[in-house]
Design a protein around this ligand. Structure first.
Ligand SMILES: Nc1ncnc2c1ncn2[C@@H]1O[C@H](COP(=O)(O)OP(=O)(O)OP(=O)(O)O)[C@@H](O)[C@H]1O
Length: 268
């Protein structure tokens, strides 16, 4: 029997008389990994904030990892969720001298600095995760000396330290060059091909980042769901064109969807 990871029932979120998320019904089951696609301002981050309890739905019910919001201590639930967001760079601004491995270790308590109660097993685990992310050669280098790609991988390994059941990754490839992006995606693919890997929510502006291990896609437009389901059913010319308001053609190559936009779309 499948287990519910996320269940949103008729969820809406309003701010300053503006309805930002509109009547969203969405289910994520154990074993599924999702990508969330939508134009700038379509409500992707707002939806993630509702799922992690940083914003409260104005309407509807939110269940995450079997807990109903409003009936559960939210900060306890957050320990079970890893969130890799752009704001991590800002949070580590004053800790740029920390070694890569120490940044990874700090994920055990979802904290920034290093605590006294770090066990040897935590360090071993951090080293293993760093190794899986291809960071072994820079494990003792300070954060400030890492490239953008190495930083992203370090933060990703950190997010995995606490064994999250759900991992949310928000535009992780921004600032990466083509090769660094492919390496990051390859490592993500390897990690998420394991049967016991945490459920992944992957927010991106680039459909070609939907790696084979991502099974499902949610398309958002103006706070509403255009489509949600198996990626082969959702990533169609019609639904993507509707989502982005431009004629889009999808070409599948090596299990990934590559996008072409009609060249005459921007004339006149
Ligand atoms: N706290 C808030 N108060 C008022 N408006 C907000 C608030 N948070 C988000 N919005 C608005 O809601 C809309 C959706 O924003 P959101 O950040 O969720 O979009 P997004 O799809 O993540 O965008 P992007 O791809 O550009 O990151 C935007 O118009 C934004 O200005």
């Amino acid at each position: 029997m499948s287990t519910n990871i996320i269940s949103l029932e008729d969820v809406s979120w309003r701010r300053q008389n503006k309805q930002i998320v509109k009547n969203v019904h969405w289910n994520v089951e154990q074993g599924e990994h999702w990508a969330i696609l939508g134009a700038n301002g379509s409500g992707k981050t707002s939806l993630l904030k509702i799922i992690t309890g940083y914003e409260w739905a104005s309407n509807g019910t939110v269940d995450v990892l079997g807990e109903r919001f409003g009936q559960t201590p939210i900060y306890e639930l957050r320990k079970r969720i890893g969130w890799l967001s752009a704001s991590l760079d800002e949070r580590f601004r004053h800790y740029e001298g920390l070694a890569c491995v120490d940044v990874v270790v700090s994920g055990i308590h979802a904290s920034i600095g290093i605590h006294d109660d770090i066990k040897n097993s935590d360090i071993q685990k951090a080293l293993k995760l760093a190794n899986e992310m291809g960071l072994s050669h820079i494990i003792n280098s300070p954060l400030r000396s890492l490239s953008q790609g190495e930083r992203k991988k370090t933060f990703f390994a950190r997010a995995l330290m606490a064994d999250p059941e759900l991992i949310i990754v928000d535009e992780p490839t921004s600032g990466l060059d083509l090769l660094a992006r492919e390496q990051f995606l390859q490592q993500l693919q390897t990690l998420h091909s394991k049967p016991d890997s945490p459920t992944l929510l992957y927010v991106t502006h680039y459909p070609e980042e939907i790696i084979p291990s991502i099974s499902h896609v949610l398309l958002l437009k103006e706070g509403q769901i255009i489509a949600a389901g198996k990626k082969e059913d959702v990533l169609t010319n019609t639904l993507l064109s509707q989502t982005f308001d431009v004629p889009i053609y999808v070409v599948w190559r090596d299990g990934r969807p590559w996008i072409q936009i009609a060249s005459n779309s921007f004339k006149g």
